[in-house]
Design a binder for this molecule. Structure first.
Ligand SMILES: Cc1ncc(COP(=O)(O)O)c(C=O)c1O
Length: 416
């Protein structure tokens, strides 16, 4: 076994199951699940129909690269969504289909991290693995985070370095706070915008800063943008990393790879469909890696995905449904606590008056509602744990259930 396996942390939902173990919630109140980021709005018919129409595609092995029509549909979506010229993204060399962003975010680090990279400068030797005199690679990521980033870094033999995202800084990472020594060893950074669990959005100026750092220190930026289509202001969609790179003149998207998904955008988490796009040189190697990894997207899924990326009506409607739920939820809970409406995502990142684990346990025991303790999504770093005393509430349930949940959470808060 790889010894790196022992560094992996239990997944947040394993911890949550433990926390709830043995508790019998009130039987007269139906359970409301707001812990997982699993959309429950209907999967659009056009996706289902395309899947059925192309079931015969199961008779063929799909290719890792995917069919050209899918890569073209994705490239077309990128240039419409991020307002870059139609030929800015080369569907042949700068786009690859992936089976949801999770597997791609994980496998990407396995391909990118080079444990043998670069001899250290003599005065930096102490910071490196002493027996090898080779710098331990660093993977930077937000804290709290989507835990796949951490697991990917650890299994790739890298050291995770966390960027605490706190209320004071609008729940955004502060790239200026990273020491030079860490940037020197950084080979990969994961950013997540809109963020899970805070819903904060990284603006173009911060993208620019990071792109300049990536050039200076020569690291790769993996931009997880899987919530980018769930936003509040219809006239102000979250910017994407490729968009900023292009506008800065980095038209080859050097050192940039974006990760997108149909799971949240198109309510199709079971389809397992997404894509990566960006730097052709990086994707050439990642393509080779994926060929061996064996993660080609089934043909019916590719055809369903083409339909999804070409349609925006269902996405606009999806956003309307989330907006409706945020408004109702905040309207009810706003009387008893401060609920910050995030600019994007479907999460409420709520401060708790008692510890986050006690809050989640008692809320389940008394109101039969499951939410996720914030500390299950974060690590102690620099004397703080930014997830402590927060819970993540995913407004994924139907509107009436979200309203019912808000009322029960209000009763619970009043009873504390
Ligand atoms: C931040 C973030 N990235 C990636 C994913 C993975 O999504 P999928 O694999 O369905 O594309 C999730 C899922 O919840 C997520 O929250």
């Amino acid at each position: 076994m790889t010894p790196n396996l022992k560094h992996l942390h239990p997944y947040p939902f394993e911890k949550l199951a433990q926390l709830k173990q043995g508790i019998v919630p009130p039987a007269n109140q139906p359970h409301i699940a707001l812990s997982m980021g699993e959309p429950t709005h209907a999967t659009p018919h056009l996706i289902q129909e395309a899947l059925l129409t192309h079931l015969h595609g199961l008779a063929n092995y799909p290719t890792t690269k995917g069919i050209p029509e899918l890569r073209q549909a994705i490239a077309g979506w990128i240039n419409r969504r991020f307002q870059i010229p139609a030929d800015a993204v080369n569907a042949e060399t700068q786009v690859l289909p992936v089976n949801g962003t999770r597997e791609a975010l994980f496998s990407f680090a396995q391909c990118i991290i080079d444990p043998t990279k670069a001899a250290p400068a003599p005065d930096r030797l102490a910071a490196y693995t002493p027996s090898l005199a080779i710098p331990t690679p660093v993977v930077i990521m937000p804290n709290p985070f989507y835990q796949i980033y951490e697991g990917a870094a650890l299994l790739a033999g890298a050291e995770p370095y966390f960027l605490n995202t706190l209320e004071d800084s609008g729940y955004l990472p502060d790239f200026d706070a990273v020491p030079d020594e860490i940037w020197q060893r950084c080979q990969l950074i994961y950013i997540c915008s809109p963020g899970n669990p805070t819903g904060s959005v990284i603006d173009q100026a911060s993208h620019e800063k990071l792109l300049n750092l990536a050039e200076k220190y020569d690291f790769v930026i993996a931009s997880d943008e899987c919530y980018t289509e769930i936003y509040d202001d219809e006239s102000n969609p979250p910017p994407g990393l490729l968009q900023t790179a292009y506008n800065m003149g980095n038209t080859a998207f050097k050192r940039c790879v974006i990760f997108h998904s149909l799971s949240k955008r198109s309510n199709a988490p079971g389809l397992r469909s997404g894509f990566v796009a960006g730097d052709a040189e990086i994707l050439k190697h990642y393509f080779q890696y994926r060929t061996y990894h064996g993660c080609a997207m089934p043909l019916p899924t590719q055809h369903a995905s083409i339909q999804a990326w070409q349609d925006e009506h269902h996405v606009v409607e999806n956003r309307r449904l989330y907006r409706e739920k945020f408004a109702a939820f905040i309207d009810i809970l706003g009387d008893v606590c401060t609920v910050i409406k995030p600019p994007a995502s479907f999460y409420v990142w709520l401060k708790t008056p008692i510890s986050d684990t006690d809050f989640a346990r008692q809320l389940f025991a008394e109101q039969n509602i499951t939410v996720l303790p914030g500390s299950y999504l974060s690590r102690d770093f620099g004397d703080i744990n930014p997830g402590l005393n927060h819970v993540r509430i995913a407004l994924v349930a139907p509107l009436d259930e979200c309203i019912e949940a808000a009322q029960r959470i209000k009763n619970f808060l009043n009873s504390l």
